[in-house]
Ligand binder design. Structure first.
Ligand code: ADP
Ligand code: MG
Length: 563
C-alpha cells in the first residue's frame, strides 16, 4: 500500500523539514511514518521493529530532537549502540538532524581516549551516543550523569544482545530516572529482547513493519561470496531465478564485458555489452534496445553505463567490485528508483574482501550476505517457466504441420508419455541437475575462515592483560563473537590475536587514527615476529595516553579490562 504521508504532516517543525530537504529525504519510510507521531504526540515508550536500512535512526532521531529543549546543562538523550561504527553513524546522523539548533552530541565508545571524552562531557552535552561498555565506564566514574534523562534509546537492540551486552544494558537502565521514556529499535525481535522489554519497559507501543512493505525507495543490498571461477555461474543463476530480471552487470574492464556478454549470449540470454571502445552511435543503439527492453541484460563498464538513463532496473550486479565507494553508490543508485524496489548484488571473492569492507565503511551502507539460490530452487523455477511457456502457445502459433504430427502421435500412444518425452527432449539440458554445480557447497571455504589476520597488540602481561581481557577488549571495538577471536597469545610486553579479515581491517583503522604519529596500539603482526619484538618506546607513550594518565595505574587497568 502506497502511503501519501509526508514529513510535514507527521508533525515535524519547519526547522526539521529544512534539514530533511537538505539531506534529500523526500518522504518518510514506513517505520518513520508510524513512530514519529507516537514519539511526538504521546508519552509512551516505544518498541520499533523494521529491517536494516529502513531509516530507524531518523524514526527516533527526528521526533526526539523536536521533543527535547536545549536548556540546562544535562544529558537529555542517551542512545546505546552495539559498535563503534554504528555509534558514529548514528551520531553523525543525529548531528545533521540537529541542524542549527543548539544541541550538542557526543559519541562515546571503547578504545578511544577517555580523557577527550571526559573533557567533552564536562563541557556539557545534550545527546550522548555510545557503546554500552564505555558508557558504563563513564557512569561508574561519575562523568556521565543520567538523573535528568528524557529519552533512553536502545538502537539495534538485537545486535547489542548478540554481542553479550545484556548486563551492561541492564546496569545502564538502572541508572536512568523512572520518568524517562524508553525507545527500543531492532531489526529482529528474539525472545531475549521480549524478555527485556517485559522486565524493564512499561506501557509501550509496539510498531513492527513487515519486510514486504518496507524500503519503497531503498535498494536492498546484498553480497555473495564467490570464487572468481564461479562468478559466471552465480550470475546466470541469479538471472534464472529472477523471472523479470532487467539489469546491468557491471564489469571493470572491456575484456570482462566482452567475455561475460559472449558467455551470456551463448547460453541463450538476451544481453548486450557496452564499453568505451564501442562507437557513440553503436552505444546509442544499445541504450535504445535496453531501454525498450529488447534485451534485459546489459553488461557494462562504469564509464559506458554513465550515459544510460534508465529508472526501473530490477537489478544491479557488481560482477567486478566497484573501484571505490563513489562508484558503488553510483552503480546501485540505478535500481530502486521511482518507488520501485531494486536489488544490488555484489560478488566478492576472498581477495576483494578488504576493498569491500572499505566500500561498506565509507559508503556507510550495510550490505547483507546471502546464499546463492540452490540448484533445487532453480530447478523448481525452471519447471514453472517451462509450464508457463508451453501452456500459452496457441493453435495458430504451432502451425498445421506440427498439429498433424501431434494427432498421429496421439492415435497410438498415451498423451502423458508423449508429452513427457517431448519435454525431456526439448528441455533436458535445462532440467538436468548435473548441469548445475552446487555453488553453495564449494563456497564454504570462505573468507571468514581463510581470511583472517594476525594482529599485534601493544599491551601485555605487564599491563595486566590476559587472554579473556584481550578478547573483551577486541569485542569492545568491533562486532565479533568470541569464537571468531582466535589464537590469543599474551606475552610480557605485547599480545597477539587472530581475527577475521574485515574486523582486523576495522581495528587497524580505528587504532591508526588514534595514535597521531605514534605507533598504533594494534597493528598487523609481522610474519617474522619472534618473541623478541623490540620494545618500542613511542608505544609506551601511547600506552600512557591510553590509560588516561590515571593516578592509580592499577585501578585504571582494572577498569579497562575487568568487565
Ligand atoms: P536502519 O537503522 O533501519 O538500518 P538507517 O537509519 O541507518 O537504517 O538508514 C539507512 C539509510 O537510509 C541512511 O543512509 C539514511 O540517511 C537513509 N534514510 C533514512 N530515512 C530516509 C528517508 N525517509 N528517505 C531517504 N533516505 C532515508
Ligand atoms: Mg540503525
Amino acid at each position: 500500500m502506497e502511503s501519501e504521508n509526508t514529513f510535514s504532516n507527521l508533525g515535524l517543525t519547519e526547522a526539521t523539514l529544512k534539514v530533511l530537504e537538505k539531506k534529500g529525504f523526500e518522504k518518510p519510510t514506513p517505520i518513520q511514518e508510524k513512530t514519529i507521531p507516537i514519539i511526538l504526540n504521546t508519552d509512551l515508550n516505544l518498541i520499533g521493529q523494521a529491517q536494516t536500512g529502513t531509516g530507524k535512526t531518523a524514526a527516533f532521531g527526528l521526533p526526539v530532537i523536536e521533543k527535547i529543549d536545549n536548556g540546562g546543562n544535562h544529558v537529555k538523550v542517551l542512545i546505546l549502540s552495539p559498535t563503534r561504527e554504528l555509534a558514529i553513524q548514528v551520531s553523525d546522523e543525529m548531528n545533521t538532524f540537529v541542524g542549527s539548533r543548539k544541541l550538542r552530541v557526543a559519541t562515546l565508545y571503547g578504545g578511544a581516549s577517555i580523557g577527550e571524552q571526559l573533557r567533552r562531557l564536562r563541557k556539557g552535552v545534550d545527546i550522548v551516543v555510545g557503546t554500552p561498555g564505555r558508557l558504563l565506564d563513564h557512569i561508574r566514574r561519575g562523568s556521565l550523569m543520567l538523573g535528568k534523562l528524557d529519552f533512553l534509546i536502545l538502537d539495534e537492540a538485537d545486535e547489542m544482545l548478540n554481542m553479550g551486552f545484556v548486563e551492561d544494558i541492564e546496569e545502564i537502565m538502572s541508572k536512568t530516572p523512572e520518568s524517562k521514556r524508553t525507545l527500543l529499535f531492532s531489526a529482529t525481535m528474539p525472545e531475549q529482547i521480549k524478555r527485556m522489554v517485559k522486565k524493564y519497559i512499561p506501557e509501550y507501543e509496539m510498531i513492527a513493519v513487515k519486510n514486504k512493505t518496507l524500503t519503497t525507495d531503498l535498494t536492498s543490498q546484498i553480497y555473495f561470496e564467490v570464487r572468481r571461477t564461479e562468478k559466471f555461474d552465480a550470475l546466470s543463476r541469479i538471472i534464472d531465478v529472477e523471472r523479470d530480471f532487467y539489469g546491468i552487470v557491471f564489469c571493470r574492464t572491456r575484456l570482462d564485458v566482452d567475455e561475460v556478454n559472449e558467455k551470456l549470449l551463448s547460453r541463450g540470454y538476451s544481453a548486450d555489452g557496452l564499453h568505451g571502445d564501442i562507437s557513440q552511435s553503436g552505444r546509442e543503439k544499445i541504450y535504445a534496445r535496453f531501454k525498450k527492453k529488447r534485451i534485459n541484460i546489459l553488461v557494462a563498464t562504469d564509464v559506458a553505463a554513465r550515459g544510460l538513463d534508465v529508472q526501473d532496473l530490477t537489478h544491479v550486479i557488481n560482477y567486478s567490485i566497484p573501484q571505490d565507494p563513489e562508484a558503488y553508490i553510483h552503480r546501485i543508485g540505478r535500481t530502486g528508483r521511482a518507488g520501485k524496489q531494486g536489488t544490488a548484488i555484489t560478488f566478492i571473492t576472498p581477495g576483494e574482501y578488504r576493498q569491500f569492507t572499505q566500500i561498506q565503511r565509507i559508503a556507510k551502507t550495510k550490505i547483507e550476505k546471502q546464499e546463492l539460490p540452490k540448484v533445487e530452487e532453480l530447478l523448481g523455477i525452471k519447471k514453472d517457466s517451462i509450464l508457463a511457456e508451453l501452456s500459452i502457445i496457441s493453435e495458430k502459433e504451432v502451425g498445421d504441420n506440427y498439429l498433424n504430427l501431434a494427432s498421429s502421435l496421439l492415435e497410438n500412444s498415451d498423451p502423458q508419455i508423449v508429452i513427457a518425452n517431448l519435454i525431456k527432449k526439448a528441455y533436458n539440458d535445462e532440467l538436468n541437475e548435473n548441469n548445475y554445480q552446487e555453488l553453495a557447497k564449494k563456497r564454504n571455504i570462505n573468507v571468514d575462515k581463510a581470511g583472517t589476520t594476525r594482529l599485534f597488540v601493544g599491551l601485555g602481561k605487564k599491563d595486566d592483560m590476559t587472554p579473556p581481557k584481550l578478547v573483551k577488549f577486541i569485542r569492545e571495538n568491533v562486532k565479533l563473537r568470541d569464537s571468531n577471536i582466535d589464537k590469543v597469545q599474551v606475552f610480557d610486553e605485547f599480545s597477539f590475536v587472530t581475527v577475521p579479515f574485515s574486523e582486523a581491517e576495522e581495528l587497524l583503522q580505528i587504532f591508526k587514527t588514534k595514535g597521531k604519529g605514534r605507533k598504533p596500539l594494534i597493528e598487523k603482526a609481522q610474519k617474522t615476529t619472534g618473541r623478541s619484538k623490540p620494545r618500542d618506546k613511542s608505544n609506551d607513550r601511547y600506552k600512557d595516553k591510553y590509560k588516561d594518565k590515571s593516578r592509580s595505574k592499577s585501578r585504571d587497568r582494572r577498569d579497562k579490562f575487568k568487565r
